[in-house]
Design a protein around this ligand. Structure first.
Ligand code: ZN
Length: 480
């Protein structure tokens, strides 16, 4: 029997505010534990939360960027549960009246556009963090860091409309791009400012009801998300085919072993109780506030992609990669101020630049290369100063050291030899040293020509301009 995987994602993003959602503590990442805490976010009784207006603005901005309906009325609730990283034993969240309602994201899947619905996006506060000595199962003691407690989060819940690990990854990548362009979050998965849980089930094709659903937590990379879903879908199908009963549970992804593991089953899953928060008045937004944010939205990935296709005649594929992050797009746009061939710039960015970023596992902003250096390098190729092959060496050095291309060329002695007199001397020498090959060439052996080119390149340590070598060699051989 053929099965279909059904996936919905719950994504938490930390909103880019300077202070926490209900108090004035700093939200900076990486500070010493418990240095950004006050009685309010530490959950002391008697403290009163005060809503951060900036968090509301950013939530609305995110919602509008995700094509959501923005609620004129929303309110905060207390989600009651007990866990050591949550001293007051409830999390302030939104339950029946979220700030953002239905929306959607379009993803590109092998050239076709697919729309994934967003159910809702609501505001909530983050919890603190437990630091275990060793692993969670073997630790003898755990420490609590409340710096993260009450950092503003937007929880974005998708419809269960994704059908494979790849679709889920594309959705998350697109979601991240949109949030980055909108400027609402820095979306750093490694720092936890973008976190993703996946709900996965399988069902026979054509069946309307969903199968037993499993939630996978702690997916901290795009790759982990894709792999965990694929693993889980296969586990479900195997279980069904073997006649085993699947249980609704929460699982975690073990990146080292590339498997999911059970965390807790339905029996002990929390049955949250929600109560309206009596300390926080409802959020009432007027149209003017929402419209003002709407009118000031920056260019978003879909618009930017369209612009690149229309203005520069780039393929959709190029445009989608160049609009993955605002940094990448800015780099491209900067290049286009000084250079007219968009496809050449795109090729270098999608090829060498992406390769080096992946190899070093860094973001563009962390590399030392800048648009001006890339353009200088391309102009040096056009002038014939360096070959395309040499340029790859220059590019890598620009990426690593941030030096300008001229300095690198000088240091590494990379200048291309285009001077005809110099090249002709080498060509004559190569021909004279290989009389046998010359005979072969005259007897019509095509390979002999390639041999001569190779020898000239070797004699010049790869610095000869191949186009000029070809031209001169042809003239020389055919003239004799
Ligand atoms: Zn605080």
């Amino acid at each position: 029997m053929a099965y279909e995987t059904v996936i919905g994602l719950e994504v938490h993003v930390e909103l880019k505010t300077k202070t926490k959602i209900f108090c004035g503590c700093s939200t900076d990442f990486g500070a010493e534990p418990n240095t950004q805490v006050c009685p309010s976010c530490a959950g002391f009784p008697g403290t009163v939360p005060v809503l951060n207006k900036k968090a509301v603005e950013l939530a609305v901005k995110a919602g509008l960027s995700l094509n959501c309906e923005i609620a004129n009325y929303s309110k905060f609730d207390r989600k009651n549960y007990f866990y050591p990283d949550l001293p007051k034993a409830y999390q302030i969240s939104q339950y029946d009246y979220p700030i953002c309602g239905k929306g959607y994201i379009d993803i590109d899947i092998s050239g076709e556009s697919k729309r994934i619905g967003i159910t809702r996006a609501h505001l909530e506060e983050d919890a603190g963090k437990l630091v275990h000595q060793g692993s969670i199962t073997t630790t003898t003691s755990s420490l609590v860091d409340l710096n993260r407690s009450s950092v503003p989060l937007l929880e974005i819940v998708s419809e269960p409309e994704m059908r494979s690990g790849i679709e889920a990854r594309l959705y998350l990548e697109k979601l991240r791009s949109i949030l980055l362009f909108a400027g609402v979050s820095d979306c750093k998965m490694q720092e936890g400012s973008l976190r993703c849980d996946a709900n996965v089930s399988v069902r026979p094709y054509g069946q309307a009801e969903f199968g037993t659903r499993v939630e996978i937590k702690n997916l901290n990379s795009f790759k982990a998300l894709e792999k965990a879903i694929e693993f889980e879908a296969k586990r479900h199908v195997d279980a069904i085919e073997d006649g085993e009963e699947l249980i609704q549970e929460t699982r975690t992804w073990d990146d080292e072993k590339q498997v999911t593991k059970s965390m807790r089953t339905k029996e002990d899953a929390e049955d949250y109780r929600y109560f309206p928060d009596p300390d926080l008045p409802p959020i009432k937004l007027n149209e003017a506030f929402i419209n003002d944010i709407k009118e000031n939205l920056p260019e978003l990935p879909d618009e930017a992609q369209k612009r690149l296709v229309e203005k520069y005649n780039l393929p959709n594929y190029d445009a989608s990669l160049l609009t993955m992050t605002p940094d990448v797009l800015t780099f491209f746009d900067e290049c286009m101020k000084e250079y007219e061939d968009a496809k050449v710039v795109s090729n270098w960015m999608m090829g060498e630049l992406t390769r080096l970023l992946n190899q070093n596992n860094i973001e563009l902003s962390e590399s030392k290369i800048n648009p001006e250096h890339l353009i200088n390098m391309l102009q040096l190729i056009n002038k014939g100063t360096i070959s395309g092959k040499m340029a790859k060496t220059v590019f890598e050095e620009m990426f690593n050291s941030g030096k300008d291309p001229e300095a690198i060329i000088k240091e590494k002695g990379l200048v291309q030899i285009s001077d005809e007199e110099t090249l002709l001397a080498t060509i004559e020498e190569v021909i004279n040293n290989n009389p046998k090959v010359l005979e072969d060439y005259k007897a019509g052996k095509e390979k002999a020509f390639g041999f001569f080119v190779g020898q000239v390149m070797k004699a010049t340590k790869g610095q000869a301009n191949p186009a000029i070598v070809n031209k001169l060699l042809k003239e020389k051989l055919n003239g004799e």
